[in-house]
Design a binder for this molecule. Structure first.
Ligand code: FAD
Length: 424
C-alpha cells in the first residue's frame, strides 16, 4: 500500500467520526466497583469520565471542573478573525448526567497522592482509587521577561479561549488600516503545534478582506513548524503581506516591552499595533500540586495506561501529559482519554490493560474554504508513544481548490462530532 493510499483510507476513518482510540472495550469488570475522580472537564477529562462510566457503570465517577461553561480552543481562531461567535465555542455539562457522571463544579486545590484524595475549593474532599488529571495548560508567567498577567491584558495570548479570545478580536477591529500585527510563536512543546499558523492565516484573511494596507509578522522561536510547506505555499498565494521570521533569522522573542508595544528579539525590536504573544506553557497547575509534573513542567506517563511515572494511581491525559510523538491537540486528548478510561476500568477491576493504538488528525483553516491537515497513528514502543511508520502524513502539496474546500468541510464536521461526543 502506498503512503498516499494509506493516508486517504486513514482520513476516511477520521472523517467518519472522532472515535480516535482503536482498542477493544474491556468486558464489564467482575471485581468490586471503585471510585474514580477526574479533574478537568475539557476534551480529555470530560471524555474520560463519560467513557469510564460507559465501560463499567458500577464505577463511581466524579468529574471536577472549575468552570460551569467550557470554552473550546479549536476554531477559536475563527472567532478572532470575525468568522464565528464565541458562543459557538461554548458548552455546558448538563448532558454528563445522562452517563451518571457526578459533576462537582469547583477547582481542585490539593491532591494527597499518598492518602488518595482530592480537595476542592468548595471544601469537599473526594477520596479515590484512581485519579485522572486532564487540566490542560497553564502559562509560564516566568517564561518570557516582561510578559506578566497584566501584560496579557495589552498583548493577549488567547491560548486559553474566552475573554482573551475576545480581547484579541476587539484589538484587531480597533486597529487602523495600515497597522502592524505581530504574533510571537513559542518553542516546542506547546498546545496545538499548528495553532499559531492557523491563527496567522485567519488574521491575514481578516486583514486582506477588511484592512488590506496592514501587515502581519510572525516572530518564531523555531526554524520548523507543523504543516510548514502547506502553510507557506498557501501564504505565498493568498497573503503576500504575511512575513514569517524563523529562529535562525532572528524570530525568537526574548522579552516584551508592553509600554512601547514592542517585541524584543536578539536581532532587533518590533513595534506592533496589535501583539499576540503566545508564551511558553506547562501542564495545568494541579499537576504540580499532585506531584506528577517533572522539571520540564509536563507529566511523564506510562504509554499503555497513562498512569503517572511519578505517582501511582494518578493518570494524566491531554495537553498536560508527555505523550511522545502525539501532538497536544483536542483530538489527541480525546483519544488518550478513551485509552485511559479503558485502562482505569481494567485496573480498578484488577485486570491488565490492553496495548492501545491511537490516532490524531489536526485540521487547520488557512481561509474559511481552505483546509489542510496532518494525521498520524501511534502506539506504545520502548516506553514511549511513537508514530507507526508509514501512517498518516499531511494533505497533498498540489491539490485543487475543491480538495482544500473539502478539508475545510471535514474540519467543521470534526469540531461538531467531537464536541457532540464530549459534551452532547
Ligand atoms: C488557538 C487554538 C486552536 C486549537 N485548535 C485545535 C484544533 O483545531 N484541533 C485540535 O485537536 N486541537 C486544537 N487545539 C488544542 C486543544 O484546545 C487542546 O489540545 C485541548 O483543549 C486539550 O485538552 P485537555 O483536556 O488537555 O485540556 P482542556 O480542553 O483545556 O481542558 C482542561 C480543563 O481543566 C479544567 N481545569 C484545569 N485545572 C483545574 C482544576 N485545578 N480544577 C478543576 N478544573 C480544572 C479547565 O477549566 C478546563 O476546563 C487548539 C488550541 C488553541 C489554543
Amino acid at each position: 500500500m502506498t503512503k498516499h493510499t494509506s493516508r486517504r483510507d486513514f482520513l476516511k476513518t477520521a472523517a467518519a467520526g472522532a472515535s480516535a482510540a482503536m482498542l477493544p472495550l474491556p468486558a464489564i469488570a467482575q471485581g468490586a466497583p471503585g471510585r474514580v475522580v477526574v479533574v478537568g472537564g475539557g476534551f480529555g477529562g470530560a471524555t474520560c469520565a463519560r467513557f469510564i462510566k460507559r465501560i463499567d457503570p458500577r464505577i463511581a465517577v466524579t468529574l471536577v471542573e472549575a468552570n460551569a461553561t467550557f470554552t473550546a480552543c479549536p476554531f477559536s481562531n475563527g472567532v478572532i478573525a470575525g468568522l464565528r461567535d464565541l458562543k459557538d465555542q461554548q458548552f455546558g455539562y448538563d448532558k454528563l448526567s445522562s452517563d451518571q457522571v457526578v459533576l462537582n463544579l469547583s477547582p481542585a486545590t490539593a491532591v494527597d497522592a499518598q492518602g488518595r484524595s482530592v480537595t476542592l475549593g468548595n471544601g469537599a474532599r473526594l477520596p479515590y482509587d484512581r485519579l485522572v488529571l486532564s487540566p490542560g495548560i497553564d502559562i509560564r508567567w516566568d517564561g518570557l521577561p516582561g510578559y506578566t498577567e497584566q501584560a496579557a491584558e495589552r498583548m493577549p495570548h488567547a491560548w486559553k479561549a474566552g475573554e482573551q479570545t475576545l480581547l484579541l478580536r476587539r484589538q484587531l477591529e480597533a486597529m487602523a488600516d495600515g497597522g502592524t500585527v505581530a504574533i510571537s510563536a513559542p518553542a516546542n512543546p506547546f498546545r496545538c503545534p499548528p495553532g499559531p499558523y492557523e491563527r496567522a492565516s485567519l488574521i491575514a484573511y481578516y486583514l486582506k478582506t477588511k484592512k488590506p494596507k496592514s501587515k502581519l509578522i510572525i516572530l518564531d522561536a523555531k526554524d520548523a513548524f507543523s504543516k510548514q510547506g502547506l502553510f507557506r505555499n498557501a501564504w505565498k498565494e493568498l497573503y503576500p503581506n504575511l512575513e514569517w521570521v524563523s529562529l535562525s533569522t532572528g524570530g525568537k522573542v526574548t522579552s516584551v516591552d508592553v509600554g512601547e508595544m514592542t517585541l524584543v528579539t536578539d536581532f532587533g525590536r518590533h513595534k506592533a499595533d496589535v501583539a499576540n504573544v503566545i508564551p511558553p506553557q506547562k501542564a495545568g497547575r494541579v499537576a504540580e500540586l499532585a506531584g506528577v509534573a517533572d522539571r520540564s513542567g509536563w507529566c511523564p506517563i506510562d504509554p499503555v495506561t497513562f498512569e503517572s511515572k511519578l505517582q501511582p494511581n494518578i493518570h494524566v491525559v491531554g495537553d498536560a501529559s508527555i505523550a511522545g510523538a502525539m501532538p497536544k491537540s483536542a483530538f489527541s486528548a480525546n483519544a488518550q482519554a478513551k485509552v485511559c478510561a479503558a485502562a482505569v476500568a481494567k485496573l480498578v477491576a484488577g485486570g491488565k490493560p490492553d496495548e492501545p493504538k491511537l490516532i490524531n488528525t489536526c485540521y487547520s483553516l488557512v481561509a474559511p474554504d481552505y483546509g489542510i491537515s496532518v494525521a498520524g497513528v501511534y502506539r506504545p514502543a520502548d516506553g514511549q508513544i511513537k508514530e507507526v511508520e508509514g501512517s498518516g502524513g499531511v494533505s497533498p502539496a498540489n491539490a485543487p481548490s475543491s480538495a482544500r474546500a473539502a478539508e475545510a468541510t471535514f474540519a467543521n464536521g470534526w469540531f461538531k462530532t467531537i464536541t457532540d461526543e464530549v459534551f452532547g
